[in-house]
Design a binder for this molecule. Sequence first.
Ligand code: SF4
Length: 352
Amino acid sequence: MTASRALKTIDDLEEAGLIAGTRNAQLSDVAARYAIAVTPAMAALIDPGDPNDPIARQFIPDAAELVRLPQERADPIGDTAHSPVEGIVHRYPDRVLLKAVHVCPVYCRFCFRREMVGPQGLGTLASQAMDRAFAYIADHPEIWEVILTGGDPLVLSPRRLASVMERLAAIDHVKIVRFHTRVPVAEPERVDAAMIAALKASGKTTYLALHANHPRELTMDARAACGRLVDAGIVMVSQSVLLKGVNDDPDTLAALMRAFVENRIKPYYLHHPDLAPGTSHFRLTIEEGQALVASLRGRVSGLCQPAYVLDIPGGHGKTVISASTIADNGGGCYTVADFHGETHAYPPLVTD
Ligand code: SF4
């Protein structure tokens, strides 16, 4: 069955044949806690006959989400600790996140901001909060790059996107505007001429970081959408999350990175999954992740090599997982160095 609209409830998923077997009461508890949305493009990719379908695993709720480990956190990458005004995260000197909207076209079951996104999440930034966010950016000349994230900024209408770009265009010291999005794969039809025009502003370079985790997400429609963006002069990079049961094997990872490169999307980040609540069934060990990343080296082109990164819990920023930034203490415990050179326990020590 092909869905004609996004599937947003357990009933929708059941009617579409995307929940296997008899209804599991625990799924209603998952749905009450975390948002659900599967777009027609993503629903069409799911093979309902495959209990291990990697697309279903990303979007169809699972009772395992009710399992919360002590080290998991509502704000796993520590946005709040670096938020000087609502909607802004200023973690690194030369760039800020601008979280204009907390809605997404699809809701990933492993989402690192799952406590903030969705219909019951933080919503769209009100106009006064937007004013304060732009004032903050204007008042900080060290901000060279603004990263629109959320949520997914490309759920905004072209009119609202254009308004954001116009306001950034008026701030001289901002040179780069980056959008983090899943829209070109999840809702490729949204990427039309009006949206593309809205993403560009005089004097600014627009980057678009595409979030995709499995090569099947790069459908013909998704490839065409990315082609329209790149042809318009928008630079594309990728970001993926290394996920157990989705892309944790060398062939799938290689095919994903090659699909990006074939579509003029430079592999950028491969994220170690964050300590988001109810996501332990997606997490590999860092050792397993390192082995997978090592399997890409030599085997596939240098163009296909992403940086394997960990967002250090507590808001300490990203670190590239390499021999010089991470020490294995045994028993699944590591010491990681942040970009200041300070070291942290990973996973963090549980104090209560
Ligand atoms: S698209 Fe990003 S913000 Fe939205 S649910 Fe997925 S991981 Fe979370």
